[in-house]
Ligand binder design. Structure first.
Ligand SMILES: [Zn+2]
Ligand SMILES: [Zn+2]
Length: 191
């Protein structure tokens, strides 16, 4: 998948190279310049002596993700049922009980998007439609030419008024972090 730009959004969440599902996880570590994201919705909290979550990926395969970091409780604090957990260049691990999933050792490889899989897909579709229509640089609220951007996610606005309205009434407050991550993924060269 070729990388997009700030004005061309063409991220494909179904791409199995950038976003491998359970059937396509690489069996070797990434080479320099290469990376991928394992993602899925947190469907169950199985924490006992350490944080362990059951994740359902985009082909509905379920697998455990266990935190073996130095501060597991702190590193897993953002994990909420119904939200999307992402693992950078994750590789499969066989646990003692024979189950197969991901063992997190480096907390910087894991982050949680505050949305469901359905919401993530819907947001991605919205951004693609906006890009296909050539509207990435128009005001997200009123479609006028814009010269202001959300500092976090780069969404364009024509005025302070439109930005404030979108933030408070248009739902941007909830979507900003997810859009920000999607746009980073869009600009990423996955190698
Ligand atoms: Zn506007
Ligand atoms: Zn934003």
């Amino acid at each position: 998948m070729a990388a997009g730009t700030d004005t061309v959004y063409k991220l494909d969440l179904e791409d199995i190279i950038a976003f491998p599902d359970s059937a396509h996880v690489p069996v070797r570590p990434p080479i320099p310049g290469e990376s991928w994201i394992i993602f899925g919705e947190i469907v169950q909290d199985n924490s006992f002596t350490r944080p362990v979550f059951l994740i359902r990926d985009k082909i509905n395969c379920e697998f455990p993700v266990a935190f073996y970091t130095e501060n597991p409780a702190q590193d897993a604090a953002a994990c909420k049922i119904g939200h999307v957990l992402c693992i950078t260049s994750g590789m499969r691990h066989q646990f003692f009980d024979g189950s197969n999933g991901y063992r997190i050792e480096d907390p910087s490889t894991v982050f949680v998007l505050p949305c469901s899989m359905a919401q993530l897909r819907a947001l991605n579709q919205r951004l693609r439609k906006k890009s296909d229509a050539g509207e990435m640089e128009l005001c997200d609220a009123c479609k006028k030419p814009s010269n202001q951007r959300c500092a976090k996610c780069q969404t364009c606005y024509c005025s302070r008024e439109c930005q404030t309205t979108e933030w408070t009434e248009g739902g941007h407050r909830k979507e900003c972090r997810v859009i920000s991550r999607l746009r980073i993924w869009n600009r990423t060269d996955w190698g």
